[in-house]
Design a protein. Structure first.
Length: 272
């Protein structure tokens, strides 16, 4: 099991970001803003799923999992808080969070079901966030010349996503979750994640007045499909989830550890 450190981010989140804070690029800004909009509700869902999954373990097993569950919850709660502060600036810019509305309705449908369903969904979404995190850590240039405080916010979050990427997956297996449902929930999560990200990005661009500008979509194609682009780089690790021998740790967390070690001034450890 991994020792998960909870860290408090030491950056200014009171000063409003520029409208196109990601290197002046409308598409990348809208896409990353969309991801941020999904985090507060999504992180709370992950926290609840892991807590409920741990509570379903036999008493002897529960104690063994306690420290890792607490670390996971602490990290995700901190992410939820930080992105809540960031999202408040987006609301003041006139952006409207439609992603959370749709996700809340889906989460409600999971209430009362076997806790392994929520855990399998959490493991699936955690794989998405981990491969996106790895991509940003490997290609920080995708964040353009963003302000150092915003660059730190995104890469700190990415590093911690890599760090706790296996918790929900391992807990699902500890509860006897089978491979069929693991893959089924990943297919469901893939459809929802890609669809929601696309819809929220387009809505952000529309609210921003950038939706119909050719430069927006030229930048978008480069970001997604160009050399080092998001889709080109992330397809192989996405597909890996369907392998019978798959485990999230195969994706590695070296870049995340390296970032945390070299940017220790950006955060303060508050617990383990």
């Amino acid at each position: 099991m991994t020792e998960l450190v909870v860290r408090r981010l030491l950056v200014d989140l009171e000063t409003p970001p520029a409208r196109h804070w990601c290197g002046g690029d409308a598409f990348r800004t809208a896409f990353l803003n969309a991801l941020s909009m999904s985090f507060p509700l999504g992180e709370q869902f992950f926290i609840d799923a892991v807590r409920q999954g741990a509570a379903a373990l036999p008493a002897a097993e529960r104690e063994r999992w306690q420290a890792e569950v607490q670390g996971f919850v602490g990290q995700e709660a901190t992410h939820r808080h930080v992105h809540g502060l960031f999202n408040a600036h987006l609301e003041r810019q006139g952006l409207v969070n439609r992603w959370a509305e749709r996700a809340a309705r889906r989460i409600e449908r999971l209430r009362g079901l076997d806790p392994r369903h929520a855990l399998a969904a959490t493991a699936a979404y955690e794989h998405f966030t981990a491969i996106l995190a790895e991509h940003l850590l490997a290609h920080p240039g995708q964040l353009g010349d963003a302000e150092p405080r915003l660059l730190a916010m995104w890469l700190w979050h990415a590093a911690e996503e890599c760090e706790h990427r296996s918790v929900a997956f391992d807990l699902y297996r500890a509860l006897g979750g089978d491979e069929r449902w693991r893959r089924r929930w990943f297919r469901i999560a893939s459809v929802y994640f890609v669809g929601d990200a696309a819809r929220q990005t387009a809505h952000n661009l529309w609210r921003d007045g950038s939706l119909w500008k050719p430069s927006t979509w030229i930048g978008g194609v480069r970001f997604l499909f160009g050399r080092g682009g998001l889709v080109r780089e992330c397809f192989a690790p996405w597909r890996a989830y369907f392998r019978t021998d798959f485990h999230p740790s195969q994706g590695g967390s070296e870049r995340g550890r390296a970032w945390l070690e070299s940017h220790a001034r950006a955060y303060a450890p508050v617990g383990r």
